[in-house]
Design a protein around this ligand. Structure first.
Ligand code: G3P
Ligand code: MG
Length: 275
């Protein structure tokens, strides 16, 4: 059985300050790292910055997300670039800065997280009129992201929970694209079919036949209504699952035959008994 590709979640958020250049430098030093996963959203002037949360304040495991406050989309770029992440010296990078730290041998999964507005219609398959409106809402930011990615020589894979982001990307560039699945698995598959996405990115509890199916995680709870792994594979799409936080989860997903695993830690595949 071939082993799944390891995708470092926010640059292995379990061992380094998420979405920072410090995390990237550590993550790419692991031979197993096929790709980095990063979250992008616009600063007030539209510049793509690498940060997961909509706001700069808040906590993660009791630590302040950053030492700044406010909505990222309303904060001047320079203030964002000075914001220290999770009580460390590491700061929030722009997308360009982060990509410059990635060797071409490692790919980057750019998750299009926000476009500068609050109502994002996460995980929804949209009506055709709404689809057009949402594509146009995302277009300016996706244009900036695509422009910043032009200098990167490694593989790029774009993903989003938002149909508008995928629609804009499909019009603007020829990059591999994945639909991120949230609570409505059928909606995610529908989006993947509509834009003929190269991949789907379901949550770990969406994989039928594993111990993880039926557990509560992210937007999904209860037994999965459909077998997204089988359906996507039958349609020729890769399946990259998020997020493995321990080797048991990694092993279950690998045994199910997924193509990639977004992992919080390096080394989760090392101890797998099925190896
Ligand atoms: O792209 C997979 C995963 O990163 C999605 O969830 O909230 O960690 O961005 P989140
Ligand atoms: Mg993400």
């Amino acid at each position: 059985m071939s082993r799944p590709a390891v995708i470092a979640h926010r640059g292995y958020a379990g061992v380094a300050p998420e979405n920072t250049i410090a995390a990237v430098e550590r993550a790419v030093a692991h031979d197993e790292t096929a790709m980095l996963e990063i979250d992008v959203r616009p600063a007030a002037d539209g510049t793509p910055v690498v940060v997961h949360d909509e706001r700069l304040e808040g906590t993660r495991e009791g630590r302040p997300l950053t030492d700044a406050t406010g909505l990222v989309r309303e904060t001047p770029l320079e203030a964002i670039r000075e914001a220290r992440v999770l009580g460390t010296e590491a700061t929030i990078p722009t997308l360009s800065e982060l990509l410059a730290a990635v060797p071409e041998t490692v790919g980057v999964n750019v998750e299009l997280k926000g476009c500068g507005r609050s109502d994002l219609r996460v995980g929804e398959s949209l009506s055709s009129a709404e689809r057009d409106r949402r594509r146009e809402a995302w277009r300016p930011f996706v244009e900036r992201v695509v422009a910043d990615c032009a200098a990167f020589g490694g593989d790029l894979l774009f993903s989003s929970f938002c149909e508008g982001a995928i629609a804009a990307l499909r019009e603007l560039a020829d990059y591999a694209t994945a639909a991120l699945l949230w609570d409505d698995l059928e909606a995610g598959l529908e989006i993947a079919r509509r834009y003929d996405c190269e991949a789907i990115h379901p949550p770990r509890n969406a994989i039928v036949g594993t111990e993880l199916a039926g557990t509560a995680y992210a937007g999904l709870s209860g037994e999965p209504s459909i077998d997204v792994l089988a359906e996507a594979h039958a349609e020729g799409r890769a399946v990259n699952v998020w997020t493995a936080t321990n080797w048991l989860q990694f092993d279950a997903l690998a045994a199910a035959g997924v193509d990639g695993i977004v992992a919080d830690y390096p080394g989760l595949g090392d101890r797998s008994p099925s190896r």
